[in-house]
Design a protein around this ligand. Structure first.
Ligand code: ZN
Length: 297
């Protein structure tokens, strides 16, 4: 790992353009009280090709999807993260790496390059699990989304209005009763920030230069489900090529409840921040399983 000289670092900061931390229109308001009513204000929420869906390993098409390519994912960011409670979730904008560009994604279902823009989470409560996607009929405790924008579009709005505008990587987490922290350095920094983000608009900057890849822990990056769907929050644009990892990462039972302490803009507990399951309709769902998987066993 190497870092640029301090002078170079600040010089580059001066020339960085501000970037949007969110692919949603700013200030957009909605709540998880009645997601079935989102469509009255945001018609696309009642449309087709919606997310999330239940992923059934027995009904997927095991075609030879290419692997995902994680460009600059393992290079350190050039800035510290600023994580914010935006009233719907905790989120941070993805800064450029020390190479001056943000991490990007291609491969899988993607024929273009997609630049990482923002990361946020969905969770449940002490009573209910809160992943958005289900795998094999099972809902998990937490789901992380890394949102990317197709580099051939100039703005978030333009990307939302194209069927190939956005790519989201989804990672599911399962709570594990353990008193030690898993070696997941990036994730542990994010989870550790939650205690500073209790109220709406709170933000916090962990004092560590992370990589985007460190949020994936030791995940098997070669095994994922892929399908065409939508944003899972208003305006529910059917613009998303989804890649949901089959492997589920652990989160300590000491970390998960930190999400349940967050509050929305009205000061109410921010709980069950997941959209109900949507119909798969006639959509094809693919799964990539590396052919050589477990060949050493
Ligand atoms: Zn999301």
């Amino acid at each position: 790992m190497h870092f640029p000289a301090i002078g170079d670092f600040y010089q580059r900061l001066l020339f960085l353009l501000p970037f949007s931390a969110n692919l949603l229109p700013e200030g957009l308001r909605f709540s998880y009280d009645e997601p079935q009513k989102w469509q009255y204000s945001y018609p696309q929420c009642g449309g087709s090709e919606q997310s999330p869906i239940a992923l059934n390993p027995h009904k997927v098409i095991p075609i030879g999807l290419p692997p995902l390519y994680f460009g600059l994912y393992d290079e350190p960011f050039d800035e510290l993260l600023s994580i914010r409670n935006n009233g719907h979730t905790v989120e941070f904008g993805v800064p450029p790496t020390v190479f001056g560009e943000r991490p990007y994604l291609t491969g899988g279902l993607l024929s273009d390059f997609y630049e990482a823009m923002a990361v946020h989470f969905h969770w449940g409560s002490s009573q209910s699990k809160g992943s958005e996607h289900l795998i094999n009929g099972r809902r998990y405790d937490l789901e992380m989304h890394i949102v990317h924008r197709n580099t051939k579009y100039q703005s978030d709005e333009e990307a939302r209005n194209q069927t190939d505008g956005i790519a989201v990587l989804a990672v599911l987490f399962k709570v594990v009763k353990t008193d030690y922290l898993y070696y997941q350095p990036g994730l542990n920094e994010i989870f550790g920030s939650l205690l500073h983000l209790g109220e709406f608009n709170n933000s916090y900057t962990p004092a560590a230069f992370l990589t985007l890849g460190s949020l994936l822990g030791n995940l098997d990056r070669g095994n994922f489900y892929a399908y065409k769907g939508s944003l899972t929050t208003p305006p529910c644009s059917p613009a998303v090529l989804w890649h949901v990892f089959a492997e589920v990462l652990p989160i300590s039972h000491r970390e998960l409840p930190k999400f349940w302490q967050l509050r929305d803009r009205l000061g109410r507990p921010l709980l069950n921040t997941f959209r109900p399951l949507q119909s798969v309709e006639a959509r094809q769902v693919f799964q990539r399983r590396p052919i050589v998987e477990y060949a050493w066993l």
